[in-house]
Design a protein around this ligand. Structure first.
Ligand SMILES: Nc1nc2c(c(=O)[nH]1)N[C@H]1C(S)=C(S)[C@@H](COP(=O)(O)O)O[C@H]1N2
Ligand SMILES: [Mo]
Length: 228
């Protein structure tokens, strides 16, 4: 299962193959489906296509990366920039972020393609707190999250970024965010679809607009609020 190590995207044939396995899972019942997701967990499905949502794996994580391999970054070398239309540009180390007030809550993760993971314990620093320290100027409209994968970025409106459940995540399940989940630091916004949650976060840029991000250029809605 080399795909997990070299970070190669899951190919169409693999997905179609897994769909076949999934169909067997459905026919044979949920026990096999559970076994199947357990079996596939170490494959760490990298799925830029969203096709893996069609595989009936149950409520398991699908590991997404639109770029190939993302270089690992240890917490000691991590920095988060807060930049753009602000009075106070800042650079936070991981320890700086740990020293700020932490917000914790448990919430269901929703990918817009249909899969979800219930009851995920999240904790980290509210984006609102970082914005308050940065002091956005009057021209500020949105917030652009950039990834050190060099490819991914996405906006939220300033108002969405200030929501109580929009956080710079330091821990998931009570443990540091793993590399595959976008560690050392990713974004999570409880009321929004997963694609608003930039993994491998490098910069929060306050912007004069709310322009489309990576997936929104490819058809996902700019307003990523989950409508249930
Ligand atoms: N840098 C980066 N962040 C990203 C993505 C990505 O491909 N690259 N995919 C997004 C999408 S569409 C989803 S559903 C979640 C998936 O999070 P996970 O990989 O921890 O399951 O990450 C989001 N953040
Ligand atoms: Mo997603």
């Amino acid at each position: 299962m080399a795909a997990s190590d070299d970070g190669a995207p899951v190919g169409r044939r693999v997905v179609l193959g897994l769909l076949g396995l999934g169909a067997i899972g459905v026919i044979a019942g949920s026990r096999i489906q559970t076994e199947l997701s357990r079996l596939l967990a170490p494959v760490q499905l990298r799925d830029p296509t969203g096709l893996s949502a069609l595989i009936p794996l149950g409520d398991t994580w699908r590991y997404y990366s639109v770029s190939g391999t993302v270089a690992r970054r240890g917490t000691r070398f991590y920095t988060l920039k807060v930049s753009g239309l602000v009075e106070n540009t800042a650079t936070y180390s991981y320890a700086d972020l740990q020293a700020l007030p932490q917000t914790s809550f448990t919430d269901t993760f929703h990918c817009v393609t249909g899969w979800q993971v219930p009851d995920v314990p999240w904790s980290g620093v509210r984006v609102a707190d970082l914005l308050e320290r940065a002091a956005p100027t009057d021209a500020a409209v949105g917030v652009r999250y950039h990834s050190f994968d060099g490819v991914y970025s996405v906006n939220m409106t300033l108002e969405q970024a200030r929501a109580d459940d929009a956080i710079v995540v330091l821990t998931m399940y009570g443990k540091p965010v793993t590399h595959d989940h976008g560690g050392p630091v990713r974004i999570y916004a409880g009321s929004m679809y997963g694609y608003k949650g930039t993994k491998w976060l490098s910069e929060i840029e306050v912007t004069p607009d709310n322009r489309p991000g990576y997936w929104e250029d490819r058809g996902y809605p700019l307003n990523g609020i989950i409508d249930e």
